[in-house]
Design a protein. Structure first.
Ligand code: CO
Length: 183
């Protein structure tokens, strides 16, 4: 299992800026194991007791590149109010359609590789349809919205070397705010 300090930081690593490579199947056992560990890490990070005891930040998404593995896969784990998790293990994703409507996260997006406050809005599609493969190479299609849609777009950006501050207008961090819905 990896630790918080194994997650690459934007200030120290250029790897985060590289484009990850398509995964071929069958997937390396090592990578399948890594994926499972990534899910476990995110689950634990959303456990308040565990997170405060171990001084780790809560996260709902993590891409392989954040652990130095330049392959196109990421995981999402999102704890719902009833305590269960919405989880995805996503390999070679492609956005095949998106809403016209744009949204942004009111309190700002977070990233386990960015340990500073970043002001401004990150425009995201409100709804996206994503085609991807699971770890066994089965093709899946998912239609997602709101937070989950933002999370997928954030992680797909990671696979292309893009970090969320890149999507904030440098001159006017709140540009076009009135044209988007906040969530
Ligand atoms: Co991130």
């Amino acid at each position: 299992m990896f630790k918080q300090c194994d997650i690459l930081d934007e200030k120290k690593s250029k790897t985060l800026r590289q484009v990850s490579k398509e995964v071929t199947f069958p997937m390396d056992e090592k990578d399948v194991l890594l994926m499972n560990n990534m899910v476990m890490y995110l689950r634990l990070s959303q456990d308040e007791d565990y997170a405060s005891k171990n001084d780790i930040r809560a996260g709902m998404g993590l891409s392989a590149v954040q652990l130095g593995v330049l392959k196109r896969f990421f995981v999402i784990s999102y704890k719902k109010e009833d305590g269960t998790f919405d989880e995805f293990k996503v390999v070679n994703p492609k956005i095949i359609s998106n809403s016209e409507e744009l949204i942004y996260v009111e309190e700002g997006e977070g990233c386990l590789s960015i340990n500073r406050y970043v002001e401004g809005i990150v425009p995201r599609y409100a709804r996206v349809t994503v085609e991807y493969y699971d770890e066994y190479g089965n093709k899946k299609t998912v239609r997602i919205r709101e937070e989950m849609a933002v999370a997928f777009q954030h992680e797909i950006d990671h696979l292309n070397g893009i970090l969320f501050p890149d999507r904030i207008d440098k001159k006017n961090p709140f540009k076009d705010q009135d044209k988007m819905r906040s969530i």
